[in-house]
Design a protein. Structure first.
Length: 234
């Protein structure tokens, strides 16, 4: 894996990507997050796509279209099932030959499942030079941040006083994760998770996980599925 020494612009871009939050009412990542990604991994075009299991595009966004990506022309709203995972297309045994006939020199996609019915994908294309080992390492580094932006949904019911970190802890709680599991996922100490939860409870006027998640859902009581996931930690 290539060493990643970030210059000041890249450090700022990474901080922007870390702090980015999903946009209410928009399934695509915020524009500033995509601009930050292009600072970290320059490309001639960057496209984000949300599609159903059959490949029918639900939403997409293209940034810096210095040239027209072949996918945007040929798919016409239906690209077939999207790839899940990290794919450097010229290295794909079944796709390498086809890539030689396309207008771009190099292309990378990163796909994530979004619920049971949708797949989100980030696509980067270059026309004049291939992606380097450093580019690939950078994309693997920020892939979890992209996954969070594409898979999580905003929580507009929470008061503005709830911080970004506290929101993230609460979203992990909603999956049924324990404090130890949340700490591992967020790279923080379990004591920090407990402190975040204490702050969230105080801001929401509640005392337990279940009550906090009921507020998150905008209801008096959590649903049965939610109850089953978190009752062991409530």
């Amino acid at each position: 894996m290539a060493d990643l020494l970030l210059n000041p612009a890249e450090q700022s871009a990474l901080a922007t990507l870390v702090a980015a939050e999903p946009v209410p009412g928009d399934p695509m990542p915020p524009v500033e997050a995509l601009e930050a990604l292009l600072t970290l991994v320059p490309a001639d075009a960057l496209e984000t796509v949300l599609a159903d299991q059959r490949g029918r595009i639900v939403a997409d966004r293209i940034d810096l279209p210095l040239w027209t990506p072949w996918t945007n022309d040929d798919c016409a709203g239906d690209c077939g099932p999207l790839y899940i995972g990290f794919m450097h297309w010229p290295w794909h045994p079944a796709e390498a030959a086809a890539c030689q006939t396309l207008p771009g020199v190099d292309a990378i996609t990163i796909g994530f499942r979004v619920g049971a019915e949708h797949v989100a994908q980030v696509c980067l294309d270059r026309r004049h030079r291939p992606f380097s080992e450093r580019d690939l390492a950078m994309l693997r580094l920020v892939a979890p941040l992209l996954r969070r932006l594409l898979r999580e949904r905003p929580t507009p019911r929470l008061p503005a006083s709830v911080t970004v970190q506290e929101r993230r802890v609460l979203m992990h709680v909603a999956t049924g994760a324990s404090n130890a599991e949340i700490a591992q996922a967020m790279f923080i100490a379990p004591s920090t998770v407990r402190k975040h939860l204490e702050h969230v409870y105080a801001k929401l006027g509640v005392h337990t996980r279940l009550e906090a998640l009921a507020v998150l859902r905008g209801s008096d009581e959590p649903d049965l599925d939610l109850l089953e996931r978190v009752q062991r930690y409530a």
